[in-house]
Structure formats: C-alpha cells, structure tokens
Design a binder for this molecule. Structure first.
Ligand SMILES: [Zn+2]
Length: 300
C-alpha cells in the first residue's frame, strides 16, 4: 500500500513537469499535424550517435528509432549535414521518382514538424540547437540580422566541447551564414550553392573536420520567384537531390574507414500564393512538415 501511494504521489508530482516538458514551441505543429517527431530532434540525435553530450539547453530528445538502430553499434566519428532550403514533404510526395536517390542514400526517414513561424532562421535555429524559438532566441525572420541571435548552445558548441571540429558552409548573408556566428564552428561563406557544394567536397577530401554543414538555398529562391512547381524550381529541387548524392559519394571515399552519419535536413516546405508565387511561414502542412533523411554508415 505504501509503495502504491508513493507511486501515485510520484505520478501526480510529475504531471506539471511533463506538461511543461511537452508544451513548448516544438510541439505546436507536431500536435496540429499528429506527428511524433520534431525537426529539432536532429541535434540531440546526432549528439547521441556521436557520443557527444547534447547542448546544455537542448529541449528535444534523440529520436528513439534511430537510437534503437544504433544500439550496440560503435559511435559515429563523422557527420555530414546537407540543408536544402524549403524542400518539404509536399514536394517529395509529388515527385517520388526524382527523390529515389535520396531514399536510396538513407537508412532512416523521419517525417517531422518544424516550428512557427516556419521561416528559415527560426527553423534552422531549432534544428541546430534542439530548442523551440522561445528558447533559442530567433522568433521572426528579421532576427537573423541581430548580432548573435542564437542565445543557447548549438550542435557546433556541443561538438567543440567534445574536442570536435565543425565547418558551416553557406552563401553570403543567408540565414545559416549569419545566425550561428559567434558559435564554435569555422564559417565558409560562398557566392552560391554550387560553390558551397564544391567547398564541402574539398573539406571532405581534406578530412580536417568532424562535422560539415552544407547549405543550399536554390530551391527556396526559385520557388519564391516562380512558384513551388515551376520548371525552374523543379530544376533547383533536382539539383538539391544531386548535390546531396554527390556529397555522400565523396564522403564515402574521404571517410572510407570511418563510421559516419549523413543527414538531408530541410527547414520547411512551401505553398503557392493566389498569384502563383511560392511562400511559407504558416502552420499549414505544406510549410510545416518535412522529411529528414538519415544514413547511418558503419564500416567497423
Ligand atoms: Zn528556408
């Protein structure tokens, strides 16, 4: 009886903690769309796979099914993260044939919700901190122009504390080029996605980094100007797919003797306005739901 009462007391006392834990900016769109995962789980999942402590303020938990797959396996030694802006689930679903190479280069695919507003700096802020916007500090698009807008430790800081080196490669003045400045990574600023991908390949071959992030903003720019399914936009989508598969090929060679994880991780999706231009930022499924593709590669 005493044990039973202790159990009841423990359960009652833990309710507010659970509610607080579950009720935050990461869960809003998960609940709305009935999804079990948040894009912000990328950071704690990658940390767990690599045997690195998650960032100090990280709210998100590692993804259970990926940890289960990695159970009893050695820790990952290297990480490659490709960030194709705005290639949400809406476009993967519509052009399945084009996406086959990304599925082929994946061991796990997670359908996840992002955060509000579903715009680039707010969403990548969550992905690379494991925190909701109210914690990481970027609440709206223009916050990306503030000095040091990310108020908490990032994935890069966590890796640096563990003695690992990170590189962030992105086009000049895009969100990823700006918002993580001041955090523990080397920043490579480029003219465009093509140069970013070429830089990522070079850094992979030089083999001086433990974690490499490569950003590709082409689909986002073309769909804003032309519409989400316009020919030019689809060409940019196909480029994102090709860039990723090329990077994985180079990583397979450069890290031939390393266990490594690669991730294809868009920030948000998009939808067309009445005028036929692409846009995003809302809670609707086209903006809020993305697929993150993981590949766990073990060679030893
Ligand atoms: Zn974006």
């Amino acid at each position: 009886m005493k044990h039973f009462l202790t159990l009841i007391l423990t359960l009652v006392l833990s309710i507010p903690a659970l509610a607080q834990d579950a009720d935050n900016g990461l869960t809003v769109l998960m609940k709305k769309h009935g999804l079990s995962y948040s894009t912000a789980q990328a950071t704690p999942t990658i940390c767990a796979l690599c045997g690195v402590d998650a960032p100090k303020d990280c709210v998100a938990k590692p993804m259970d099914f990926i940890l289960t797959a990695a159970k009893d396996k050695p820790t990952m030694e290297k990480v490659l993260i490709f960030c194709p802006d705005a290639t949400g689930k809406f476009i993967v679903k519509k052009y399945q044939e084009d996406w086959k190479p990304v599925y082929a280069a994946s061991t796990h695919v997670v359908t996840a919700a992002n955060v509000l507003p579903s715009v680039t700096p707010v969403c990548f802020g969550a992905i690379f901190t494991g925190c909701p916007p109210e914690v990481h500090g970027i609440l709206q698009y223009n916050d990306k122009y503030k000095p040091n807008p990310i108020k908490v430790e990032t994935l890069f800081d966590a890796f640096s504390k563990a003695g690992k080196k990170c590189a962030v490669i992105a086009e000049k003045n895009c969100s990823i080029d700006l918002i993580f400045r001041g955090h523990q990574a080397d920043f490579y600023t480029t003219k465009n996605s093509e140069e970013s991908v070429a830089t990522a390949k070079k850094l992979l071959q030089e083999n001086n980094y433990d974690l490499i992030v490569c950003y590709d903003g082409n689909y986002d720019s073309t769909m804003h100007a032309n519409g989400v399914f316009a020919e030019k936009s689809l060409a940019a989508m196909k480029d994102s797919i090709r860039y990723y598969t090329e990077l994985v090929e180079v990583a397979d060679q450069a890290w031939a003797d390393k266990n490594y994880v690669s991730v294809f991780s868009p920030d948000h999706g998009a939808h067309n306005t009445k005028e036929g231009k692409g846009t995003h930022g809302s809670a609707q499924a086209s903006d809020a739901i993305v697929n993150h593709f993981y590949r766990l590669r073990y060679v030893k």
